[in-house]
Structure formats: C-alpha cells, structure tokens
Design a protein around this ligand. Sequence first.
Ligand SMILES: Cc1ncc(COP(=O)(O)O)c(C=O)c1O
Length: 364
Amino acid sequence: MDRQKLIMLPGPTNVSERVMRAMLNPIINHRGDEFRDLYKGVLDKTKRFFQTQGEVVILSSSGTGGVEAAVWNLIRPGDVAVVPVFGEFSMRLAETVELAGGKVVRVASDFGKIPTIDQLKLAMEQQEKVKALFLVHNETSTGVAVPYVEEATKIARDHGAFVVIDAISSLGGYAIPVDRWGVDMCITGSQKCVAAPPGLALLSVSERVAEYLKDSPPKTRYFDLPRYLEYGAKGQTPFTPALPLYYALDEALEELLEEGLEKRVERHNRMSVGIYDGLAKLGLGAVAEKSVRSKTVVASYYPQGVDDSKFRKELAQDKGVVIAGGFGPFAGKVFRVGCMGQINEAYVETTLRAIGETLTAFGN
Ligand SMILES: Cc1ncc(COP(=O)(O)O)c(C=O)c1O
C-alpha cells in the first residue's frame, strides 16, 4: 500500500485516525438495538450540524445520490424548476431535474462567476409557477460560492417554491442554518467538510416537504424519502446501511460538534485566506473574484506552460501532496486545492511549499 499522502482534493479529504478507527467496530444487526442507538445518535448530531429541528436522512450513497433524492422526491413531470447554472455540478443538477421530467429554467453565468441575485429574481418572476429552486451553494468545479443563499431562499419561498441547496462541498466550512433560512432540503456529502470517508449523503427534509410527500409519493425506490423518514423514526434505514461508514460518520460528527460549528467555519475561513494569500505570493491568481471565492475549494491558474497532469503527478509523487485539476473550460489551465474538514496551518504550509518547490522545478 502507498504511504498516506496529504489529500488536498476538494473531496475526499483527510480523515482523522480516530474516525478511521471507528470503522473497525463490529458488524451488527442493522435491525437491532445497537444500530438503532448508533443511527439515532447520528441523526441527532446531523440535525445539530444542519441547525434543524426537522428531519434528516442519511443515504448510503455519494453526494450525487443526495441530489438525485432531492430531485426525484420533489419534481413531477412538467414541474418548473429554477436552476442557477455556473459550473459542472450545477449543470448536472439541471440535467437531473430534466431526467425527472421537470422543465428547467437555467439562470446562467460564465464558469468562474455566479449568476446575480437579480437574474435569479427575474427568472422566478417570469414563471407562472415554480415548483423548486435548486441552488448549488459552492461550485466545486470552479471554486466559487454563492453569497446569497438566504436571500435566494426568501425569494423562492415568496414564489411558493421549495428550496433545495446543494451544499455538498461547503456545509461545515460554512454554516447553513436550515430552519432559520427556510431551506427545505440541504444536502452534503460525508467526504467533504465533515471529514468522514466518502460514501454517505446527508440531507435535511423540511416539514412542508414531508407533508407534500404524503400526498405525492415519489417514483423511486432507493431514494423514497417518506420510507427513510418512517424507518428513521424507528432508528433504522429502509435498506442495508453501509455500516462502517455510519460508525465513521458518527465519530466525525462528534469531532465536528466537539470543535463547534462556529469555530470550524472560522477555521475554514482562516485557512482559505492562508491558501489564497500564499498562492498570490507565488504569483498565482485565483479563478474567482474575491467577493465570490470559495472558502472550501481554491481554484487557481497555472503559470503559462506548466503541464497540469505532469505537475500534479510530481506534486503527489515527490511531495506527497494531492490536489485536483480544472474542469470544463478550465481543464489544463487551473488546479484546485481543497480546504476542507481537517484543514490546518501545517497542511496549508506543506501544500504551499510543495506547490512553490514544484513550480520552481518546472522552471517557474
Ligand atoms: C457541489 C457538488 N455537488 C455534487 C457533487 C457530487 O458528489 P459525489 O461525487 O459525492 O457524488 C459534488 C462532488 O464533488 C459537488 O462538489
């Protein structure tokens, strides 16, 4: 086995030894008392993390499963959904709504930027009836974050629409107080700012979504949320849970709550400033303008002439630091550094030094 590298990807991210060890707990009966206690604890901690008194569901799936669940539970053929599209993940989200038979009103901007709140407002106003707003909070593909989640939620609610926030790469690095802001469904993934291994999607379900689903059951089996809610009340999942991951998530959430959400958010903020400033000192410019730059995913341009895949390979092999490449129009021109979960001064320093030394080795 390879030695453990420093995983500075925008997910999966570094996982503490304590969380890794939790996965060695015994396999238990997922219909028995032990799992009930474990799952109830996980649900309770997840509610505190999402700042909700409503329901939450943990799916044995990656984040995409969480998005799929939100879409297929809310959208019925012919429903209109407003979807800001400004990168790979928001593009996929819009396509997922179409796969479910929805009509998508795309509110687009160039990649690396975000649509304005006025564009969003206008798009809502131009529709007779909008079933839901699906908003990616943090576009992992370009390193931009939407600063107007609360305002967008209010606008959508004023139009009688449900509000779904894909906070897969941001919740924990940012706080999204689901109840206070009126978010109907918020989704995150275990492998990002929660700092657990990949494989679980966490989502909140508001009272009004739960009510809606009573009269309008979704046409999906694995992502049938009413069934998850019914089983969740008994401390069970409808289908076999990925047990070791639930142990890990329980421990990772415990770590998060021990630190405190506020402190964790502040740490992500501080560390991201360190990364942006450190890259600027190396002469590397961020893709995002300062007002929308993400605190959890830093996307930065390469100096001219640096070969992306060779650079990242050398960084990983020689320095043991793993970062990601660019997406779509940024492929080959941009690298992305995750600033998530366990992120600390030592990781930031090691990463910046490794990038600087490797650039020098590449003649920059
Ligand atoms: C914003 C966003 N949405 C959706 C996804 C898909 O999540 P997953 O790869 O866990 O399925 C990701 C993954 O990086 C993401 O960053």
